[in-house]
Ligand binder design. Structure first.
Ligand code: SF4
Length: 377
């Protein structure tokens, strides 16, 4: 089948198979941009309520650009990958200052927005402005590798270049928005990673992988090395019954988010000393092994032991490399906290309400001893 025939078959199939997703009902580039950023690494069902809340609070790009980044992070709370939210905010500021608050319609200009890569450029250009700009996400790469029999890892090098080239050939013509949506839909609903539903696929006659019985062998994956594992200790510190939260410095992982103090220490005594120094007081923690929270990040795995602790004085943040602010609060609700921070708070009985918000199972609780660890005065 030619590219033209493939396009026609795919568009015809899409007319009857498209899911009714809220961001497909708009051509507002801001709403589309937000949806595409949220959908990276996150399931459609999870994104929908976040997207609706976000646009209710920030109906225009300028509204988001004018707001403090903390407000953006608060609305992102629980969605994960917070760097996306920071970049979205930075991108909105760029468009407000450089393009007068109007998202540009030319792909080159869209690509120049901070945090907007090739995929998001394709999404904004085609969905909002009907430009014939390709996009490739994991679903699209899988479909293209199978249909065209691409024998290289589509995440890098020659394989990456080849899937973008193929996507570029297909998107040329009328209705580039529908074509890109259809490609993603095919990958999401028919050409699944395992057990693709080839019988109902509009490209079954053309598909190299189906013809050769190799659908589940493609795409090729060149395995990466195992993620390194980091060990940390989190202290759920209280002062006179109230919770002590710290805000991480803007740069780096979880930048700007609030959490229970968490340090890369191997024993709780050292952790108490580090946190006590940063908060200007004596921190003492429960004994035992703590409660274990495991958290997987893109590039590493965190093994966090969580202890309840107390501080003997009103905390005042001292000069340190990790946190920008401290707050003593009744609970964490209403603040921008990461999923990891929710898990940590949910690990201690007194902050159990965070467990519901995190949606995670309660962590393992090893036997405790009555000993308490203390920081040095
Ligand atoms: Fe995927 Fe099967 Fe369609 Fe090929 S025929 S694109 S393997 S669903």
């Amino acid at each position: 089948m030619t590219a033209r025939e493939l396009r026609a078959a795919l568009l015809s199939w899409y007319e009857g198979a498209a899911r009714d997703l809220p961001w497909r009902r708009t051509r507002d580039p801001w709403a589309i941009w937000v949806s595409e950023v949220m959908l990276q690494q996150t399931r459609v069902e999870t994104v929908i309520p976040y997207w609706e809340r976000f646009l209710a609070r920030f109906p225009t790009l300028t509204a988001a650009a004018d707001a403090p980044v903390d407000d953006v992070l608060t609305l992102w709370s629980g969605l994960g990958y917070y760097r996306r939210a920071r970049l979205l905010h930075a991108g909105a500021i760029h468009v407000r200052d450089v393009h007068g608050g109007v998202v540009p319609d030319e792909p080159e200009a869209i690509r120049g927005i901070p945090g907007v890569g090739a995929y998001t450029t394709g999404a904004i250009a085609s969905f909002a402005f009907q430009k014939p700009e390709p996009l490739v996400d994991g679903n699209v790469a899988r479909v293209l590798c199978r249909v065209f029999g691409i024998e290289a890892d589509p995440r890098r090098g020659a394989g990456l270049a080849e899937v973008w080239r193929r996507a570029g050939e297909l998107v040329v013509g009328e209705r580039p928005d529908a074509l890109n949506n259809a490609l993603m839909e095919l990958g999401a609903t028919v050409c699944a990673p395992t057990r693709p539903r080839c019988l109902v696929c509009p490209w079954r006659e053309a598909c190299v992988a189906r013809r050769e019985g190799r659908a589940e062998e493609l795409p090729i994956r060149v395995e990466k090395a195992a993620r390194p594992r980091a060990e940390e200790i989190a202290l759920v510190v209280r002062h006179r019954g109230r919770l002590v939260l710290v805000q991480r410095k803007k740069q780096g992982l979880y930048g700007g988010l609030w959490e229970a103090p968490r340090v890369p220490a191997r024993d709780v005594t050292t952790a108490c000393e580090q946190v006590g120094r940063a908060l200007g007081g004596v921190v003492s923690a429960e004994g035992g092994e703590g409660r274990v929270v495991e958290h997987v990040l893109t590039h590493r795995e965190l093994h966090v032991r969580v202890f309840q602790a107390e501080i003997d004085t009103e905390p005042r943040l001292q000069a340190n490399d990790t946190w920008d602010a401290v707050a003593v609060v009744e609970h964490a609700e209403g603040r921008a906290v990461s999923t990891l921070a929710r898990k940590v708070l949910a690990a201690t009985p007194d902050t159990g309400s965070a467990r519901d918000a995190a949606g995670d199972p309660p962590p393992r609780a090893p036997a405790r001893s009555p000993r308490r660890a203390r920081s040095r005065p």
